[in-house]
Design a protein around this ligand. Structure first.
Ligand SMILES: *[C@@H]1O[C@H](CO)[C@@H](O)[C@H](O)[C@H]1NC(C)=O
Ligand SMILES: *[C@@H]1O[C@H](CO)[C@@H](O)[C@H](O)[C@H]1NC(C)=O
Ligand SMILES: *[C@@H]1O[C@H](CO)[C@@H](O)[C@H](O)[C@H]1NC(C)=O
Ligand SMILES: *[C@@H]1O[C@H](CO)[C@@H](O)[C@H](O)[C@H]1NC(C)=O
Ligand SMILES: *[C@@H]1O[C@H](CO)[C@@H](O)[C@H](O)[C@H]1NC(C)=O
Length: 456
């Protein structure tokens, strides 16, 4: 519904007041009303998808146009899989399946050659996690002769398990997959946290203990290195040339979020173990201390100073997504977590008064209005936090033993020619090095927001 936005000129006080109210409610959101949440999500999703052109003839399915990186497209399709699951609106299912399948790469593990020069473990994970969400949500399966959602998630997990690196810091995943890419010597929390996220969810989905063992190992490693401290704060990462003795202390919403949902799945997998219950409570307390203002999620490292880059503008989407998924796997967290989704959704909807239709969402929900910032990240964040409020009425996720229909393959991703031993042997041309150096600078600025340099 297009809101009434005519400007008042010399009209009565009453009319001015009415217009004021209209202006601040461009997207109506009544959280007590399922249809209201669904129609708000529909408007926000439509605006998000308007940035995507990959389905058009001659365009590349799965890619967002510049300045958006490949990983964010994977994240966006994850959001659309959630969107279908929460709302039942299948408008975007076809473009989602098309994009996901186009990007699987020759080894069916989301490592398409076009992305080799920039792909990190975290980038691969955002596509893998979208596939895992598709399995958990019983998103329509691809044709039988195409790779299947669960097998794709397992492939991503297996390729990363093989990259567990004991040459420094006593373990963990490096940020980058290939040694010729800048950032290869950084062990970042989001790469490691997404591996934990996938391991714990695969454990719940398949009941295979191996995944849970890896998730435990990852949790313990992050804790030992200090990427997670005793306040349950999650820091950005650490330099393996210094054997992880120094940390970059920036905190981002998605790092806390990925550990939150992983811990909730481990809690569920262990039938409610007190160890994971206490860790979950700790993570929630950490989130409360750092990422909430008036119970509204905000990206404290960049929003107040106005420095959020393209990537960072999407991070709140993942915290919201994973708060919802954590509540479902660990229902005891409902009372502490659901109010965050409610106040944040209301604030996010109030920010959606920009753009050509007067419904584009802004970045800073805490301002109570549109702040002029628009993009895929802004839309995705608003979409996830709004639709997440439907957890109480949605069917609930499935597992292999309870209605899940996606076909798995426990050894997917283990036959690839590019194993950990081959990474260093990758031939590198001078052009590659120059390209990689330029990309390094760009990526460091974009992904780390400059933090990389502070640390080194
Ligand atoms: C604006 O609204 C029109 C008509 O509903 C729609 O086709 C278009 O995609 C919308 N644009 C955005 C950016 O939401
Ligand atoms: C790789 O890039 C080429 C050239 O732009 C394009 O045709 C192809 O579809 C891309 N493949 C993937 C998986 O993105
Ligand atoms: C590197 O750090 C790990 C983990 O803290 C430690 O076990 C190992 O001894 C360290 N290695 C060196 C060479 O300092
Ligand atoms: C595990 O998750 C299911 C829903 O997926 C939920 O019904 C169950 O109560 C959870 N188990 C525990 C111990 O909370
Ligand atoms: C469990 O997962 C591991 C690791 O992927 C795999 O090697 C093993 O075959 C799986 N076991 C079963 C019973 O599927």
């Amino acid at each position: 519904m297009k809101p009434f936005r005519r400007r008042s000129t010399g009209s009565s006080l009453m009319l001015a007041l009415l217009l004021c109210i209209q202006q601040s409610q461009a997207i109506t959101l009544d959280l007590q009303n399922t249809d209201s949440i669904k129609s708000a999500a529909k408007i926000v999703a439509n605006d998000m998808v308007s940035y995507y052109t990959g389905y058009r003839p001659g365009d590349v399915p799965g890619n967002l146009p510049a300045p958006y990186y490949w990983w964010e497209a994977g994240a966006m399709f994850g959001a659309l899989i959630d969107y279908w699951y929460f709302t039942g609106d299948d408008s975007y299912n076809a473009i989602t399946t098309q994009a996901m399948l186009h990007q699987v790469g020759p080894d069916k593990d989301f490592m398409p050659p076009n992305q080799t020069k920039t792909e990190g473990n975290d980038d691969q994970s955002f596509w893998g996690m979208a596939a895992l969400s598709a399995a958990e949500n019983n998103f329509p399966n691809p044709p039988q002769d195409e790779p299947q959602w669960l097998a794709l998630a397992q492939a991503v997990f297996n390729t990363q398990a093989a990259r567990w690196d004991t040459t420094s810091c006593a373990g963990g995943l490096k940020w980058q997959i290939f040694s010729f890419n800048g950032g290869y010597n950084y062990k970042n929390t989001i790469s490691n946290g997404c591996f934990f996220n996938m391991g714990s969810r695969l454990a719940v989905y398949t009941k295979n203990q191996t995944y849970a063992d890896w998730a435990d190992r990852m949790w313990d490693w992050c804790s030992a290195i200090g990427l997670r401290d005793d306040q349950y704060f999650f820091y950005d990462g650490s330099d393996d040339l210094l054997n992880c003795t120094k940390l970059d202390h920036l905190q981002w919403t998605y790092n806390a979020g990925t550990f939150l949902v992983g811990a909730a799945n481990m809690y569920n997998y262990t039938n409610g173990s007190p160890v994971w219950e206490s860790r979950l409570n700790g993570i929630i307390s950490g989130i409360n201390k750092i990422f909430l203002k008036n119970n509204i999620i905000y990206e404290q490292a960049c929003e107040p100073v106005g420095t959020c880059n393209i990537d960072q503008r999407s991070f709140k989407a993942y915290l919201a997504r994973w708060i919802a998924a954590a509540i479902v796997r660990a229902p005891f967290t409902y009372d502490r977590l659901k109010p965050i989704l409610e106040t944040s959704a209301q604030a996010a909807a109030a920010s959606c008064t920009g753009g050509v239709n007067g419904t584009s969402c802004g970045l800073r929900w805490t301002t109570g209005s549109f702040d002029g910032s628009t993009g895929v990240g802004e839309q995705m964040s608003a979409l996830e936090v709004i639709q997440s409020n439907l957890i109480t009425v949605s069917a609930g996720p499935v597992t292999e033993g309870s209605g899940g229909t996606s076909k798995g393959n426990p050894s997917a991703g283990t036959t690839s020619d590019i194993g950990p031993g081959d990474l260093h042997a990758q031939p590198v041309t001078t052009a590659d090095r120059v390209g990689a150096a330029i990309l390094t600078v760009l990526i460091c600025l974009v992904v780390m927001g400059g933090a990389w340099w502070i640390m080194v």
